[in-house]
Ligand binder design. Structure first.
Ligand code: HEM
Length: 283
């Protein structure tokens, strides 16, 4: 409500401001503890496998550093909020689509077993040899972009696009969900067909240069977590497919799987996915 009637914002009619503040404070306390533990445990430089927190703390100790504890916590907060549900939602949609097309799940698994086998864990370097897996991620992000309207953008100057005037200061929402389902752009847009990205001549990618597929946005505000997000989701999906035989519970048929959407922070499955996993690989 406050977005449309901004004068009501201070009253926080829906209590969202209060709820957000409480959650943000909880997360900040969590980061505080994490930072305290890290400072107490080691100086960071001594660790062989430094993570981003080590690097940030190291930078904050440098002379004239402007990196305060508060800045570090804000950075972590941004990354956690922007990076966790987007990645988990993408993974859940990919698994749901594969459970709905068991023959595709079988092909994805055959690809992984041929390249990696059962014996060892999948590594990042294997992913480039798994074209079907990569196509599955692209198709998942086309049909189910976790951030369907991107983040709100604002026109810095008045601009004309396709004969339409976008006045300065207009808030612009880009509907990537609709672009992904536009039948003038995509053949059978409602079907989950990763094969479309494997056809000869298809070079479509989600890195911001092909405007028919921009689940991470494009240009200067493109998602800075794209490389990490893509790596994580591909690795998690490949590991799940490699390590387990998957089926639906209670004799449910693949075509009965409910893929209705629900909009929260990201675009989720309305009913969380339930699946049975039988381990096939020694952990
Ligand atoms: C599959 C995973 C992900 C998807 C689909 C995704 C998608 C997006 C989208 C659509 C935007 C807005 C871009 C725009 O408005 O033009 C965005 C922004 C952002 N993302 Fe991601 N993201 C993912 C993972 C991550 C990860 C892993 C991180 C960090 C750890 C991250 C950090 C951010 C941040 C900080 C912003 C805001 C950038 C800004 O305001 O300029 N994202 N992401």
């Amino acid at each position: 409500i406050s977005d449309y009637f901004t004068f009501l914002a201070p009253i926080d009619l829906q209590g969202r401001g209060r709820r957000f503040t409480a959650y943000f404070n909880k997360l900040c306390d969590f980061f505080d503890k994490m930072i305290e533990n890290r400072l107490a445990a080691t100086t960071g430089e001594g660790r062989t496998n430094q993570d981003i927190l080590d690097v940030l703390l190291q930078l904050s100790r440098e002379d004239n550093s402007k990196l305060t504890r508060r800045t570090i916590k804000s950075f972590l907060l941004d990354s956690f909020i922007a990076g966790s549900e987007t990645s988990s939602t993408t993974l859940e949609w990919a698994m749901a689509e594969l459970l709905r097309r068991p023959e595709l799940m079988k092909r994805a698994r055959e690809e992984i077993i041929t390249v990696v086998g059962f014996e060892r864990e999948i590594e990042e370097s294997d992913i480039s040899k798994l074209p079907l897996l990569q196509a599955i991620l692209k198709e998942t992000l086309r049909l189910h972009p976790p951030v369907p309207l991107l983040l709100p953008h604002k026109a810095e100057v008045s601009t004309e696009i396709n004969g339409y005037l976008v006045p300065k200061n207009t808030q612009v929402l880009v509907n990537v969900w609709a672009i992904g389902r536009d039948e003038q752009v995509w053949e059978k847009p409602d079907c989950f067909m990763p094969e479309r990205f494997m056809e000869a001549g298809s070079s479509i990618d989600f890195r911001g240069q092909h405007f028919e597929l921009i689940p991470f946005g494009s240009g200067r505000r493109i998602c800075p977590g794209l490389p990490l997000g893509v790596r994580m989701v591909q690795l998690m999906l490949a590991s799940l497919i490699q390590s387990f035989e998957w089926s639906l519970p209670d004799g449910m048929k693949p075509q009965d799987l409910n893929l209705n959407e629900q909009f929260g922070i990201t675009l989720n499955l309305a009913s969380p996915l339930k699946a049975l996993a039988i381990p096939v690989r020694k952990m």
